[in-house]
Design a protein around this ligand. Sequence first.
Ligand code: SF4
Ligand code: SF4
Length: 448
Amino acid sequence: MKLTVFGEILWDVFNNEKKIGGAPFNFAAHAAREGADVRLLSAVGKDALGDEALLACTRMNLPTDGIARVDFPTGRCMVTLENDIPSYDLSGDMAYDHIPLPEDLTDTSTAFYFGTLAQRGEESRATLRKLLFGDGQQYDEIFLDINIRQHYYSDELIEESIRAATILKISREEIGVLQIPGDLPVICKTLLKKYGNLKMILVTMDRDGAMVYERGGKITRSEKPNCEVVSTVGAGDAFSAAFLVHYLNGCSIDECLKRANRLAGWVCGHVEAVPVYPMDDIRKWKAIYRLLNHVETETYDCGTLCDSACCICKGSTKDMGIYLFPGEHLLLRESEKEEDWLTWELQDPAEIEFPESWTGPVYFVNCKTPPVCPRKWRPLQCRTFPLKPVIDENGVLELIWEDEELPYTCPIIEQNLPIHDSFYKATYTVWMHLLRDPRIMDLVQSWS
Ligand code: SF4
Ligand code: SF4
């Protein structure tokens, strides 16, 4: 699914440290992680910060061909946090005020995202108007994250922006700017009546969670993310990205809100607006493997109980192998420098029943000579079988026996044999680490 994102790329500066940001950039990076094919239209300067911004885009897998280099400084914003609430100081005439019209106006995107800040510059605003109202532009959805910053808005700009959108995202604090009397549902009803183009309004309400008010009056609410807050910078953009991507994928509003909350909660636990997914780091996988290197289900290799049933799967007609978790391939590729023991297959997560947040290819490996393998390189699924993680109704991690139908009989499951306490504890610790990666959390939730 293709998504065009228009607006600012800027450096958020916290206490002399700088982090790449800007709501459209954050949104684009999160949307790409959630599986969208993103086209980012923006501008950076011909300066060192511009070079770094393009590098940051590449690192986030965002294409840079829609990002112009212009004769203005790359955007920057001073961010201060008070009680975890960010405030922003945006200054000067910046590159993102001068986003030019792209040479290639062909756009096959399903949806378009924009906000108000980049429209403070006449040049960017004129470009946006042409993109939204030009000939032949037909998006299924136009998502406006109103994102009011300082004094960079006017009644006329807000009016024109809302008139262009099909989905409006606004925070409870921002809604006052619209000067509509009444409580939130009344304000949303009034807005939907005034703007026939809007299908729904998404209101974020800080500690009270979020609410979606749909045309027709249906209200869906969600609790605020359950997380320890380090910084809320970028959380709203993550929320918008997850909501829109999953909405475009056909998820129910309830499901979109759940996924949006989950991603926003994870971002709140980090200083960065777009944190690196934890398990994309080979050092983390090394630590995980180390934790499990010295524990077995029993004090001996349980494969002797069953003639290594789960390695060999005698009589199975299925192509047996093991799926790797996000980032795990980094470590197993290393193993191949020492051993030639795996065959690799790349699978498309969309064609197998994996969560939509699994955007990259999924690696499926087969052991060449099972049950003989280099023990220190066994993939995670081998190491933790037959324990399976699930999340209970209180959000607590539990380990249960694998309950999927298997093409072999595992005596540990069948006979409910006791397993070694150290194995249980190490496996629990490992899953607690893995669940910090929202993709793995999505997978485990799908099993629960
Ligand atoms: S986990 Fe079960 S099936 Fe696999 S080797 Fe051990 S006893 Fe056999
Ligand atoms: S990695 Fe080793 S234990 Fe796991 S399936 Fe392959 S041969 Fe069996």
